[in-house]
Design a protein around this ligand. Structure first.
Ligand SMILES: [Zn+2]
Length: 563
């Protein structure tokens, strides 16, 4: 059932003022949001059955839950931005880790940050109503922006040296209070990846967030909404999925003896963090547990740019490819010499420009984009595809061909679906998205790689994002023991505003998930709608990462297999 949208005028709303908020507030108390990036019910439900996640189990029994549909692509920046804004990527402008405006002969692209989000967030709406927000670790909140309360930015913050808090003075306050604050686990590369070292470096990052959240809740006792998002479950799944998957080509039975339960340990630990927060809440507070997407195995990699080259759509820059190959051989020799002399290996930068764009009709997006671009004349710096008939014919040809691609060993199709952009996005900013989008079948990943093989069977990233995350809600307005059939991440913001007793933003794409609201509560508190216009237009004050910051982010994202 969807509710009719009833926009009220600003005058109407102001004349009713805060008294409306106050009278509704009596039922729902404060909102506590516990985010576990990448969490999936595929791992949680068996652990709940075994009694290993008692906090989650209790919330599911006492409340409602749903498998939460993510954005396409199901990636951290687009999905958490949809969580914060209640809008789809084509309306908030974040599709992936990079913006899609390609510049220069190398088609350079910038990494996204909070200033590129084109609309306001729920935190701006709360500020408008004088409600206090505490936000810890939310991806896509760097650079930090003004909130009524406090903010510590999350994933996509370049490094610990940055000013990652609002107010700015909070960073120094945290360092004085705790001695340190760890944004992310240790940086690393695949070549240097050490399981034990990585596991150990996740703890300080998680614990920093727990400590900061408790500290801020103590300082701002009058908070209305507390959001804390943890990232390490996502990261650990990327690297350790192969140890719990005996069918994975990179399964190693000896190492699996040691690491089979690592992912489980992370989920159990997050359940303990959750319980520690629940212990500090009041009985009429509402708790939401959310993830931005799920996770599943990646067993086979399809190298899309290689396929495009083999089929005459893309021209490889052999000169750069050769230079990179020579560099990589030299790197191996020099690194081993440095290591034997007791020095740490130096950082090596891969040369960009592996594609000759002036002779290329189609090229793939990054791994995380799940799409490919046509090199359209007038739109791309060295475009050669005419925007009229040639564009349409080429796109249809590619869609038909991609649908038929099969993995030779199993004979399976690798794509679940392949569609033109306008079949996936319908908002104002759709033109920024890739021209063709696809959904991979479970177990397959598509890389923008020009490696020698069409298929690779030993992906370094063994767990990758799936489009279904988690959502659990429990509180005085929430129905008990209720599984909701369908919920989307864009539904979170309208539902949160309703639970806070505030008018829902009529411009949001999402809906109030009214199936999970108790009938008597819904009857006594009919939802109201309001068009909050331009509370915060971040797109107008766009700022870019410096070259060094971009490099730090690029290394981090490469290590996680997104680029
Ligand atoms: Zn994520």
């Amino acid at each position: 059932m969807s509710l009719p949208l009833r926009a009220v005028t600003l005058y109407h709303y102001i004349t009713r003022g805060n008294s409306m908020g106050a009278s509704r507030r009596g039922g729902t108390g404060r909102i506590f949001i516990f985010g576990i990036d990448g969490a999936t019910f595929d791992i949680i439900l068996p652990l709940v059955e075994q009694g290993k996640m008692p906090a989650i189990e209790k919330l599911m029994k006492e409340g409602s839950w749903a498998r939460l549909s993510s954005t396409h692509p199901p990636m951290t920046p687009s999905a958490w931005t949809s969580f914060m804004t209640g809008r789809k990527p084509e309306n908030h402008g974040i599709f992936d880790f990079t913006n899609n405006e390609m510049t220069g002969p190398r088609y350079s692209r910038e990494f996204v940050n909070s200033t590129i989000i084109k609309c306001h967030t729920i935190y701006d709406v709360l500020r408008f109503h004088g409600k206090k927000s505490l936000i810890i670790g939310m991806p896509m909140t760097y650079p930090p922006f003004e909130v009524n309360g406090a903010l510590i930015s999350g994933f996509m913050t370049p490094g610990d040296y940055c000013d990652y808090t609002y107010p700015k003075s909070l960073k120094a306050e945290l360092l004085v209070r705790f001695g340190d604050y760890f944004l992310d686990p240790n940086p690393h590369t695949f070549d240097e990846f050490d399981e034990q070292d990585f596991i150990k470096s996740c703890f300080p990052s998680d614990q920093s967030k727990v400590k900061a959240a408790r500290y801020l809740a103590g300082v701002h006792k009058d908070w209305d909404m507390l959001t804390v998002i943890f990232s390490t479950v996502d990261h650990i799944q990327h690297y350790f999925w192969k140890y719990l998957d005996p069918f994975h080509p990179a399964y190693d039975s000896e190492k699996s003896e040691i690491y089979r339960r690592t992912i489980e340990h992370f989920y159990v630990r997050h359940d303990q963090y959750l319980q520690s927060f629940l212990d500090g809440l009041a009985p009429n507070d509402t708790v939401l547990v959310v993830s931005d997407h799920g996770c599943g195995p990646t067993r086979v990699v399809f190298n899309l740019d290689n396929w495009l080259e083999q089929n005459g759509y893309l021209k490889r820059n052999r000169r750069i490819a050769l230079k990179n190959k020579v560099k990589s051989i030299c790197r191996g020799v020099v690194d081993s010499m440095r290591t034997s002399l007791g020095f740490t290996p130096r950082k090596w930068k891969e040369l960009h420009g592996r594609v000759l764009y002036g002779k290329t009709r189609a090229f793939s997006g990054y791994t995380s984009e799940m799409g490919l671009y046509l090199n359209e004349k007038g739109k791309r710096p060295m475009g050669i595809v005419s925007p009229d008939r040639e564009y349409g014919a080429l796109r249809n040809e590619l869609i038909s061909a991609l649908k038929e691609i099969r993995e030779p060993k199993s004979g399976e199709r690798i794509f679940d679906w392949v569609r033109p952009r306008e079949d996936v996005y319908d908002g104002d900013l759709s033109k920024l998205a890739p021209d063709i989008l696809f959904g991979n079948r479970p177990g397959y990943a598509v890389y923008p790689s020009l490696s020698e093989n069409l298929f690779d069977y030993y992906p370094v990233i063994s767990g990758d994002h799936e489009p279904e995350g988690i959502f659990i809600a429990s509180g005085p307005a929430i129905r008990e023991n209720c599984e909701i059939e369908s919920a989307h991440i864009v539904d979170m913001a309208p539902t949160i505003l309703y639970l806070m007793g505030l008018p829902i933003d009529g411009n949001m794409d999402g809906r109030l998930i009214d199936e999970m609201i108790r009938g008597d509560y819904l009857q006594n508190h009919p939802p109201e709608f309001f068009c909050y216009t331009d509370l915060q237009k971040r797109g107008d004050e766009k700022c870019s990462y410096s070259e060094d910051e971009s490099q730090l982010i690029e290394e981090k994202l490469k290590a996680l297999g997104y680029l």
